[in-house]
Ligand binder design. Structure first.
Ligand SMILES: [Zn+2]
Length: 274
């Protein structure tokens, strides 16, 4: 495992600094064991901690530029299609359409650096599932779910989703399906940008690109008409969630106090065979 100090060395000089303020001193709150550390962090996922990794200066500018370009690609290809887009296609779209504009070499290097940095450095301890930046989603394996703007994998994911709908009712809906590397990169960088360049804070809410099980079959569900609250702890108070819990076959990927450094996500369904 690459230490945080190694990451700081490998990142472009002057671009990255540790958090300044406001911060929580984890050690004084709960003691200084590593396990408690990251449980405290994932419970307080929206706080800033002293050892968070935050992009500054040139790296922060690259974060902004790249996020902006990815957003334009999403507008160009459409929300649903963007979720399946692979990295090479994204680079080609950008170069071809002046409304997006080609990625510069520094921007491409930045994307590589984000993808290949050991996510443990951000405090994320889930496994890496899609290991290459250029990994894609085979279009023959996916099915668009009508009325949701999302795709789902044929086979186990589709069967599981249909069974959940049958058992809970049609007030439960797909809120996020398959997400390829580019989509996850975009979500992760947008989250980091919203957090002032804080990659660690972003990683407490969202798997870094390559680490999301949305790439291989997991999906999110929510209550119809519940909006953004479907992605908050409020979802666990809905009738739909209570029904989900009663179904023996539904597994939540990131339960409370999970060992991955990720906040509690009652809406994120782990793909299982049924
Ligand atoms: Zn999810």
């Amino acid at each position: 495992m690459v230490s945080r100090r190694d990451l700081l060395r490998t990142m472009i000089a002057g671009g990255v600094v540790a958090a300044t303020q406001p911060t929580i001193a984890v050690a004084s709150a709960v003691g200084d064991t590593g396990v408690r550390d990251f449980i405290t962090k994932s419970k307080n996922f929206n706080m800033t901690f002293t050892d968070d990794i935050i992009l500054r200066g040139g790296q922060y500018r690259l974060l902004k530029q790249v996020t902006n370009r990815l957003s334009k690609i999403q507008s160009l290809v459409g929300y649903a299609n963007f979720a399946l887009l692979n990295f090479d296609a994204a680079i080609q779209y950008a170069a071809k359409y002046s409304s997006v504009g080609a990625f510069t070499n520094s921007e491409k290097d930045f994307l590589e650096q984000i993808f290949y940095t050991n996510a443990h450095d951000y405090g994320f301890f889930g496994e890496k599932i899609l290991t290459r930046l250029t990994d894609g989603i085979p279009s023959r394996d996916v099915k668009k779910v009508r009325g949701t703007g999302h795709f789902i994998y044929k086979g186990d994911s589709q069967r599981l989703y249909n069974k959940i709908r049958k058992d809970v009712g049609n007030t439960i809906i797909l809120t996020s399906g398959i997400r390829g590397v580019v989509k996850q990169m975009y979500l992760f960088l947008s989250k980091a940008l919203g957090a002032g360049g804080n990659l660690s804070k972003a990683a407490r809410s969202l798997a870094p690109p390559g680490h999301s099980f949305h790439g291989v079959g997991d999906f999110d569900v929510g209550k119809r008409g519940y909006g953004y609250r479907n992605f908050t702890a409020d979802f666990s108070n809905t009738v739909e969630f209570k029904r989900l819990k009663e179904l023996g076959y539904v597994k939540i990927r990131y339960p409370e106090e999970n060992p991955f450094g990720v906040r509690y996500e009652p809406w994120h369904i782990k793909v299982v065979k049924i």
